[in-house]
Design a protein around this ligand. Structure first.
Ligand code: SF4
Length: 277
């Protein structure tokens, strides 16, 4: 047991559901998916975003990723965080549940979300992203150090295409496919979303696949990702949804200045407008 860095409460690593971790959406009774078929069934029957978040946050359907996330949490912690508990579970979404804008990332980082239990929290990618969200009016503070630190988002919610930290940040194709129903159901349960920004190509491809799986009208052939690229998808019933590409906020992109703060601010600032179509 180690003390939570914000609340001081002691937790084992990984954190059992429903034991008081800030923002934990699950309880000890939340049903657990252990196979791809169970992911599809539990995602499809989730009756709202809170229920969906709870179910995915205890998912165990990808053996390689479950083993990795839990081994990092138990004995693979970064030296500077060795005295902290690690979440060690899939990352639920974070932000405004009624947001019209969704930001879709790739997957949790081993010592970021996998440690803190909150999207893009506790690593340099998150530092870059939340500073920009604060500059553009979506976040009430520029830093995101740990769940329970007071950070709140308005008008935006952040999700990931794959919810578990993968070795070398590289989920396999099968793992991406297994996790897709969680994202697809999230899109279905969020009819107010008019704009989706993806961080990187895998998020872009994941949204297109999830939208197609939910019967949305998706351009064919599927458009390629690009920074600043924008396409319009149509929900069943004809409601348009903008899909906007942005380079990922990874250290590789930000340290090399492939993605700069003004570039990210420009994309974020343009997300508030629904599609003109
Ligand atoms: Fe479940 Fe997705 Fe994690 Fe696989 S990656 S174990 S489907 S939450």
């Amino acid at each position: 047991m180690d003390p939570h860095p914000v609340t001081g409460q002691a937790f084992p690593s990984p954190v059992p559901p429903g034991t008081g971790w800030p923002g934990d959406p699950a309880s000890a009774d939340t049903p657990v998916a252990r196979t791809p078929a169970q992911v599809r069934r539990l995602a499809a029957s989730a009756d709202g975003i809170p229920d969906l978040q709870a179910r995915l946050s205890v998912c165990r359907a990808c053996p390689r990723l479950v083993a990795w996330r839990e081994s990092v949490a138990r004995d693979g912690r970064r030296a500077s965080f060795a005295a902290q508990p690690y979440w060690g579970r899939p990352g639920p979404s974070f932000g405004d549940p009624a947001a019209p804008v969704l930001i879709v990332g790739l997957a949790p980082a081993a010592n970021g979300t996998n440690r803190t239990g909150r999207m893009f929290t506790g690593d340099s990618s998150g530092d870059f992203l939340y500073a920009a969200l604060h500059r553009t009016g979506y976040a009430n503070q520029p830093t995101s150090v740990g769940a329970g630190d007071g950070l709140e988002l308005t008008g935006v919610r952040i999700v990931a295409t794959v919810r578990c930290a993968p070795p070398a940040n590289k989920p396999t194709g099968d793992e991406r496919a297994t996790c897709l129903p969680w994202l697809a159901r999230d899109l279905e349960l969020s009819p107010q979303v008019h704009t989706i920004m993806t961080l990187g190509a895998i998020g872009w491809q994941g949204v297109l696949a999830a939208a197609a799986a939910m019967g949305w009208d998706v351009p064919h052939p599927r458009p390629a990702f690009g920074h600043g690229r924008e396409v319009v998808l149509q929900r069943p019933g004809g409601h348009p949804v903008r899909l906007v590409g942005c380079y990922h906020v990874s250290p590789h992109n930000t340290f090399t200045k492939r993605l700069t703060p003004p570039m990210l601010d420009a994309v974020l600032s343009g997300l508030r407008q629904p599609s003109a179509r």
